[in-house]
Design a protein around this ligand. Sequence first.
Ligand code: NAP
Ligand code: 3JM
Length: 349
Amino acid sequence: MVAQTGFHVALVGATGAVGQQMLKTLEERDFPISKLSLLSSKRSAGKKIQFKGQELTVEEATPEAFEGVQLALFSAGGSVSKALAPEAVKRGAIVVDNTSAYRMDPEVPLVVPEVNEEDVRNHKGIIANPNCSTIQMVVALEPLRQKYGMKKVVVSTYQAVSGAGLEAIEEMKDQSKAILEGKEFTPEVLPVSGDKKHYQIAFNAVPQIDLFQDNGYTFEEMKMINETKKIMHQDDLEVAATCVRLPVETGHSESVYVEVEKGGADVAEIKDLLATAPGVTLEDDPSNQVYPLASNCVGKNDVFIGRIRKDLDRDNGYHMWVVSDNLLKGAAWNSVQIAESLVKLELLK
Ligand code: NAP
Ligand code: 3JM
């Protein structure tokens, strides 16, 4: 037992890049936990992990491991969620799923609390956490959409390797070292561990995140496009995305172009709007070279916005630079925020 009062929580994928941040976030937020079950594959079962000064033993994720669990946070890949999330729900748990397995299921709410917190009320056992790149973008866009209406979004991402897991971080570090020492290396993980070819990530920029779809877009790009419309409940929003992996350890950056319905607002008005928006920190002072940097966002929960400019040709077009810790707001913090919403709305029993 970790604390006297609270919920029985299970963390599936506890030993991974996201799982580790989940643990930190649950600890920092002092989320009410009476028992914490740390679950992983057979490989890590038996491993010891510290939580709030106590040593917990990792167990293999099996259907029976969810007996008595009230809240299950999943981040162990889509196939694990497909196999085990229904088992957790069957045993009475509410699942917050960090994978793409259920995001576009019409029965499953897809939630970013700053945008559509109330959607959690419609859950039937599973609530999906959106893709990291989608989350930080919708936090930045929603205040503009609320005030001016929104027609079109064009985004290019500059994504960190930690979004592809612990193995990808290792690969980037090992490759960087090999290149600097003039040694041979063989790419084995990135851009996608399960794809046919692998490319160098160190000192490179790779325009493929997740697998290619028949329409020429990658799955990561299609996640951004489809998830944004679902979270905002706006099917007619035009969204285009290009997703690129960079040799940055943590912190996704995005160049976002947006066209609103009602144009005319100047940059000062947009800055005022975003400066007070929930979950946003404005860092925008070009004369003093102030703008968001991936290296500065690490370990912070907010979405950082800067470089706000009006389009030079369109009175309803704006450009901005949006940066956030992909493992926190992009994954662990957004999931724990959803869990906190469930507690606040008295949906977790
Ligand atoms: P990671 O560092 O590779 O960790 C993978 C985790 O999943 C480990 O704890 C691993 O346990 C566990 N796992 C693997 N196979 C399993 C199985 N068969 N049964 C139970 N557990 C298993 O990856 P990560 O970066 O933490 O990402 C994990 C998942 O979270 C991703 O696959 C993705 O679906 C999701 N994710 C979502 C976002 C987002 O944008 N919201 C961002 C990143 C990741 P072992 O230690 O036993 O191998
Ligand atoms: C981020 O099932 C898998 O292989 C996981 C792939 C993955 C995903 C996903 O599709 O769930 C890796 C990293 C994500 C995500 O959040 O969309």
